[in-house]
Design a protein around this ligand. Structure first.
Ligand code: SAH
Length: 466
């Protein structure tokens, strides 16, 4: 992979001072994952270009990894050697660190002067498409030019790849240019960061600081940079919000409100209940079942909506129902409110007449707790016997698990889960159940959606055919 930095500032050979690398020499550096070379394909007074070439050792990168785990072929056959990724960021920091820090002992004024620069990346994997590329660089004042590659030029019918050659141009300090590249290159890539560690957040804030706080895409940038490690992401955002200048407060909502909104968008559990609630409301239901209601969070939201005149929560766990009762303060609710809500102790694998005649039912993160024979029983209990007009089912999307670095590969999100399905598996199950029992089903994502792996939760909304 290649990063080329060019200037036509005169004399252009000043670039050599700024980068602390002599234009007439090829210099090579040993890095943990391979070698970096710096050289100048052109260096005269009118125009000067410096290249940082990374020669990644793919076998070296595999060393020390647990070979028994996961995708061994993927360790050897991948794009890491050829694309600009977090490895390039590491190389920028290690090989051009002084320039990135804005230090230039011989010509200090040069380092602090915005100069006309062009940076070209060959090649950058852009997950999120060309528009995302513009949305990320343009707010920082760059002009962006992108050239997309076909998957294989010999077979144009195979379509386009995610790989681009990207050129950005602006008049900036070299330190700003390198810092922007350092933080933003890994944002376009879907792979795990090379430098995964608790200090990532500090690096992001130290290098991103002021410009990131003012960037309209700061949420996306932090989320992708921190690869959905939610606790880090949340901390990063609240610190970035604090950094925002007071002037900007006037146009945007007050910071507390922003934070509340963020909090809401961040708790997956809340998002899930929000999505289910919205689906139930949209169905026009007046009577609803919350099957496997657990400790009653969704029940509380349902109670707050006047539309729902009759609400029933059911669970097999008596202890959870006791919690729900406390949470909802059932014994202290005014008579009319209390009449709207009932808690039932029961199991979804047995036919139960108390569940019949409802407009809608929700099964929020329940099906994955049942093994296959019990799930088959639940299907009949809900879709054949209780037969609500609408059934909303949510379950984890297994494909999304790779986004959580704390979750070891192949492990489920919860000890009690009997399975976690891919999107195709869930959809196949839902289509089959719908077809068998006279329902139509459509699918909706819940939570932050990733282009490749989808959203963390998958939701199916079943509607009974008349
Ligand atoms: N819907 C809640 C709880 C999800 S956890 C929420 O969104 O927070 C799964 C719940 O399903 C647990 O409360 C568990 O007790 C319940 N459950 C598991 N098997 C069940 C069964 N056979 N019948 C009824 N509830 C069951």
């Amino acid at each position: 992979m290649l990063l080329t930095i060019t200037t036509d500032h005169q004399p252009a050979t000043d670039l050599g001072y700024l980068l602390h690398k002599h234009p007439e020499r090829l210099q090579s550096f040993d890095l943990a994952f391979g070698k970096a070379h710096v050289f100048y394909p052109e260096a005269d007074v009118q125009r000067c270009s410096a290249c940082l070439l990374l020669d990644v050792d793919p076998v070296g990168m595999v060393r020390g990894k647990n070979r028994n785990q996961g995708d061994l072929l993927g360790h050897y056959v991948n794009d890491r050697s050829y694309v600009a990724s977090s490895l390039l960021s590491v190389a920028i920091a290690q090989v051009l660190g002084t320039a990135m820090a804005g230090r230039c002992n011989q010509r200090p004024e040069l380092a602090s002067t915005p100069l006309p620069f062009e940076a070209r990346l060959d090649v950058l994997p852009v997950r999120g498409g060309e528009r995302f590329l513009h949305e990320i660089f343009e707010p920082l004042g760059y002009e962006v030019e992108a050239e997309r590659y076909l998957l294989d030029p010999e077979f144009p019918q195979w379509g386009e790849s995610v790989y681009y050659s990207v050129t950005i141009r602006a008049t900036v300090t070299l330190s700003d240019l390198l810092t922007h590249l350092y933080v933003l290159i890994p944002v376009f890539d879907n792979e795990k960061h090379y430098f995964v560690g608790e200090d990532e957040l500090e690096k992001l804030l130290a290098k991103g600081g002021a410009w990131l706080a003012a960037h309209p895409q700061k949420e996306q940038i932090s989320r992708r940079y921190l690869r959905n490690r939610h606790s880090l992401y949340r901390q990063a955002l609240s610190r970035l919000l604090e950094m925002e200048s007071p002037e900007s407060d006037e146009e945007s909502p007050r910071p507390a409100a922003q934070e509340e909104t963020l909090e809401r968008t961040l708790s997956l559990n809340d998002q899930r209940h929000g999505a289910v609630l919205a689906a139930l409301k949209a169905s026009g239901a007046r009577s609803v079942l919350d099957l496997g209601c657990g400790e009653g969070k969704l029940l509380r939201d349902l109670l707050n909506e006047k539309q729902f005149e009759q609400i029933v929560g059911m669970d097999v766990s008596f202890r959870s129902l006791e919690f729900a009762q406390k949470r909802l303060k059932l014994d202290r609710l005014p008579e009319r409110q209390a009449q709207r809500l009932k808690l039932l102790h029961g199991s979804l694998i047995y036919r139960d007449r108390r569940l019949e005649g409802f407009d809608a039912a929700a099964l929020v993160e329940v099906i994955e707790h049942l093994d296959s024979p019990r799930l088959a029983a639940l299907e009949r209990v809900v879709f054949e016997f209780a037969q609500p007009k609408t059934v909303v089912v949510t379950t984890p999307n297994q494909e999304y698990n790779v986004m959580w670095e704390t979750l070891p590969a192949g492990q489920f999100r919860h000890n009690d889960h009997r399975f976690e399905w891919t999107q195709a598996e869930f959809q196949a199950w839902a289509q089959q159940v719908a077809g068998q029992h006279g329902y139509a089903v459509r699918f909706l994502p819940v939570g932050p959606e990733d282009e490749t792996v989808g959203s963390p939760t998958q939701m199916g909304m079943f509607t009974r055919r008349l």
